[in-house]
Structures are given as structure tokens and as C-alpha cells.
Write a protein that binds this ligand. Structure first.
Ligand code: NCD
Length: 524
């Protein structure tokens, strides 16, 4: 059977629309039931020994890797464990080259990728599309099994499934506490989108300042209408009247901390470690979850809790095996034929409305006199960096000239506007013809707000206003400010920085989703 899920990749939770996530949970429930009842599970099985499945783990893992491995066995596919520690990675081979090679071994492949580098699966999904056509194989699926501090979507799916079980499959409301390292923990970052399957979300963040949830995730939760409360320690949290019935713990991510933070680790851990005396302050129906592992010497959910009803983390990790069977069945094309609902947005269309043609001024007089003589025929770029200080405007002029290779031509300057007196830059290019679409896009990305005038016989015959484009990419000087991003040149992947406008003046990296102001997407 082929389905709308076949060949899809899962880089972030949002790659599956809420309806698709719900489908995944319902199918997992059916599978769990079938396994419990001992009835046939054939309807869930890929049964395709030619499908290449790769466990591509470049960071340590127990549960995620072993549950995917066991899911691969369940499906009877060609299961491979890529040995990153003894591979040509040690000879500095890129991830891109390695994946290309592995893709050639099967007509269909699923790669389960864990890496400290963020945005890898999105990059592979995009870049391997053409290569798959070239070598005549199907577009492979890339499943993110945790990328740095960014996201861990398949963990999120198993967490949501486990919460739904506790809530008897009611989706009206969830009240959840996130406790622990909310700064570095990717599983809690994935909650921002995962919790959207509930109509009403109350979320309590329990973490000392040093481990607090990054601001942009809190903003996103606020935008989605989540009710958010913040506490620094479990003691403080339990001193108020309404602790959540569901607690989700995370360990301190020591491997992602710098030395300064590491020196404070034991105090920070104490703030988010559950103690015996806390027990009497929680309701008996409260349940604890944890993506695990927990530290054997200093666990935030200590072992005295293991045998108590509060322990849901054991069942949660079993659910990881089940949800991952279903995820593989979906992207492998076995399940999905009966899906009814909306699809995730995985092919964004970017419109070009940022280049707007204006009516040229109906004047007989020559409009531009920059330089030694008026422009007779050519181009004038006007309103460069309007409102900015003169020395900043000069920088913009240089940037435009460099990016558009206008080095030797025409003249330029910084002038006060005739009407408002505000400074702006002007570049005049006599003899130059109208730039093509690509150059217009570049110009609008480098200096949004400019106008471009096409002059013939001293008169402006065409005028364009260029505003911020919806996507900025493939330009010199662009760089994501997140050093762990796959687009960081230090990783030497054949990749260019790529930014998507999320709102006016705000851009997210296409790969790791780090938010930027427009001015921040450029190298210093
Ligand atoms: C988590 C991870 O790797 O992000 N573990 C997991 O996948 N089960 C959480 C962690 O490492 O703390």
C-alpha cells in the first residue's frame, strides 16, 4: 500500500500535522491492544527485506536506538547499524557523502539519525531529493532521533501517547509540569508543538534560572495560548496549591554544559530532585514521566519511587517501541491509506510579493543627479538604509556593491531626503540595464526598503519597492548564529545558510530553527 506518509521525513514534531499525530496515536493504541490480546499484527508490518533501515547514531543512546532496532526487527526490513565510531567519519568524511553511499544499497531507505549537530535531517531531506532521482532510488525518509539541544520528535510522540493513556484519551485539557534541565533538554523543546493536540494546555516550568526554558520556546507557548507558570525549585513548586497531575522530569544534560555551569551542577540538580518528604505534598493520582536515562548516582527521580504507582516512566519507555513501529509503518508506506485529515506542511511555497512595482513619478524633469552628471539612462538604487546613521548607510552601500558585483560602476553617496531630511543612501549606475529577478531578490534581502528606478532618457520608466523577502539564502555573508547548526561552515557539509521569515523582521534558520533578527543573519 502506498500512502501520504510514504517517504516522509520527521525532523521536527511539526512535520506531522496534529491530525497525523492523532492518527499515529490511534494506530499505536490498536497495535498495543493486538499485542496484548495476542491477535495478528500483520496489518502493521512492512515485511520488506529490501527496505534498508539505518541506525545512524553519532551520539550515545540506549532506549531510542534499541527501540528503533527492535521496531526494525518487527518489520522484517534490512536493518543496519551504522558504526560511526569506526567509520570514515574518523577520516573527516561528511555526513552527506556517507548517506549518499548508503542510499545506493537499497531502492528504499529509512535513516534514523541522532547527532549533536542540529538540523541534520532537514538538510538531508532537502539535499538528497535530487540525488535520489539521479541514482534512481526512492526519496529516503530521515527520522530525527535527537539533534543537539534542538528537538526529539519521536520521543515527543511516545510521551504524548503515554499522557493520552493517563488521561483516558481525553484531549480537552492537560496540566503538566516540566522539571529539570529545560535549557539543554531537546525532549522538552519538542513539547511546545507536541502539546498542541490538547485544546487547553497549562504548563508549569520548574527549573533554576541557569536551566530555564529558552525564551523563544516560552514565547511560542504563549502564542499558542498555553497558560505558563514558572518556579525555580521543586520546594517552591510544592509550596503553592495546584501542582500538576503529570510531571515530566529530565536529567541534567552535563555533556552540553560549559565548564562554568558544570561547576554548579550539583546545586542545580538538588533544586529539581524529588525527595521523600515531597511525597506527602502530591496527590495520590500524580504520575511521573522521564525520557530516561537517569543518573545512577544522582537521579532526579530517585529509586525509592520505582515501586510506587507514581512510576509511569517504565511503561513510557515500552511505548517508545510501539510508537516507533507505527512511525516506521507510516513513512514506510504500510499505514496511512485510511488517514483522513490535514497533512503537515512540508512544501512551503514562497511568494515573490516583496518586489512591488510602483507607478513611476509622472515628471518631465530628470529625477536623479547623483555623481558628476544626471543619470541619462541606467539604474538608480534609492532609499538605502533610510533612517539609519550615515556610517551604517555607507556599510549598506558597500554590501550592495559587493554582493551585486557593482564594484567599478557609477557613483554613490549618503544624502538627506528632500522631504523628510532623513539620511539615505543612493547608488547611481549610468548605462546599467534592469537587473534580473535573482539580483532583485538579493538586493531586497541585503537592504529591504530600497527602491529601484529604471531610467531612460532622463525619465524613470519603471520603479520597484523591495521589502524583506520571505526566504533569504545563497547569499555571501549569511550565517546562522547557532554554532551547533548543520550549516555552520566548520562542519564542512556542502550547505549554505537559509532563513525563513517568521514575522516582520524575524527569521528562523531553515535547519536548526534558531530565531534571528534580520540584522543577525549576516556575519559580523
Ligand atoms: C533523551 C535524549 O537523548 O534526548 N533520551 C532519550 O532519547 N530517551 C533524554 C536525555 O538524554 O536526557
Amino acid at each position: 500500500m502506498n500512502s501520504s506518509f510514504s517517504g516522509r521525513s520527521i525532523q521536527v514534531v511539526r512535520d506531522f500535522h496534529g491530525d497525523e499525530q492523532w492518527y499515529l496515536y490511534r494506530k499505536t493504541r490498536d497495535l498495543k491492544q493486538a499485542l496484548r490480546n495476542g491477535t495478528s499484527t500483520e496489518a502493521f508490518k512492512l515485511n520488506d527485506p529490501d527496505l534498508g533501515m539505518y541506525l545512524f547514531f553519532m551520539e550515545d543512546s540506549t532506549r531510542t536506538k534499541e527501540s528503533f532496532r527492535n521496531s526494525g526487527h518487527f518489520h522484517n526490513v534490512k536493518l543496519n547499524d551504522f558504526d560511526a565510531k569506526n567509520s570514515s567519519f574518523q577520516k573527516k568524511e561528511s555526513i552527506t557523502d556517507t548517506i549518499k553511499m548508503l542510499m545506493g544499497y537499497s531502492s528504499r531507505s529509512i535513516f534514523v539519525v541522532r547527532s549533536r549537530i542540529e538540523g541534520v535531517c532537514r538538510w538531508l531531506e532537502k539535499s538528497m531529493r535530487e540525488y535520489a532521482v539521479k541514482i534512481g532510488v526512492n526519496q529516503p525518509s530521515f527520522i530525527n532521533a535527537g539533534d543537539g539541544r534542538h528537538e526529539h520528535p519521536t520521543q515527543e510522540f511516545l510521551d504524548q501517547f503515554s499522557f493520552l493513556e493517563q488521561l483516558n484519551w481525553k484531549r480537552e485539557h492537560i496540566h503538566l509540569a516540566l522539571v529539570g534541565d529545560l535549557f539543554h533538554g531537546r525532549t522538552v523543546h519538542s513539547k511546545v508543538d507536541g502539546l498542541e493536540i490538547f485544546n487547553e494546555v497549562e504548563i508549569d516550568l520548574v527549573a533554576p534560572d541557569e536551566l530555564a526554558m529558552p525564551g523563544h520556546y516560552i514565547d511560542l507557548m504563549g502564542d499558542k495560548g498555553f497558560k505558563i507558570r514558572r518556579y525555580e525549585t521543586i520546594d517552591e513548586y510544592l509550596s503553592q496549591k495546584k501542582p500538576a497531575p503529570i510531571w515530566y522530569f529530565t536529567r541534567l544534560q552535563l555533556e552540553r554544559m560549559g565548564e562554568k555551569l558544570l561547576s554548579k551542577a550539583s546545586g542545580l540538580r538538588k533544586a529539581v530532585t524529588f525527595r521523600q518528604e515531597h511525597l506527602e505534598k502530591i496527590d495520590s493520582a500524580t504520575r511521573f514521566y522521564h525520557p530516561l536515562p537517569r543518573h545512577s548516582e544522582t537521579p532526579t527521580i530517585p529509586t525509592f519511587l520505582d515501586g510506587l504507582p507514581v512510576n509511569r516512566w517504565d511503561e513510557q519507555s515500552v511505548n517508545g517501541y510501539l510508537t516507533r513501529i507505527i512511525e516506521l509503518a507510516m513513512v514506510g508506506g504500510k499505514l496511512g491509506g485510511d488517514f483522513r485529515g490535514e497533512y503537515g506542511n512540508h512544501s512551503t511555497v514562497y511568494t515573490d510579493d516583496f518586489i512591488r512595482e510602483l507607478p513611476p513619478a509622472n515628471s518631465k524633469k530628470p529625477e536623479f543627479k547623483v555623481g558628476i552628471k544626471p543619470v541619462d539612462t541606467g539604474i538608480v538604487i534609492d532609499h538605502i538604509a533610510k533612517d539609519k546613521k550615515p556610517d551604517e548607510i555607507w556599510e549598506y552601500i558597500t554590501k550592495i556593491r559587493r554582493a551585486l558585483s557593482l564594484n567599478a560602476m557609477g557613483s554613490h553617496g549618503v544624502f538627506p531626503g528632500v522631504k523628510d531630511g532623513l539620511f539615505k543612501g543612493i547608488i547611481s549606475l549610468p548605462g546599467c540595464s534592469m537587473p534580473g529577478e535573482k539580483k532583485m531578490k538579493m538586493l531586497s534581502a541585503i537592504s529591504p526598503g530600497v527602491t529601484l528606478n529604471v531610467i531612460e532618457d532622463h525619465r524613470v520608466i519603471k520603479k520597484f519597492r523591495l521589502s524583506t523577502p520571505p526566504r533569504v539564502y545563497r547569499l555571501p555573508g549569511l550565517r546562522c548564529k547557532n554554532d551547533a547548526c548543520v550549516s555552520n561552515p566548520e562542519y564542512h557539509e556542502p550547505i549554505y545558510a537559509d532563513f525563513i521569515r517568521t514575522e516582520e523582521n524575524r527569521f528562523a534558520c531553515e535547519y536548526c530553527e534558531t530565531p534571528h533578527l534580520f540584522s543577525e543573519i549576516w556575519e559580523d
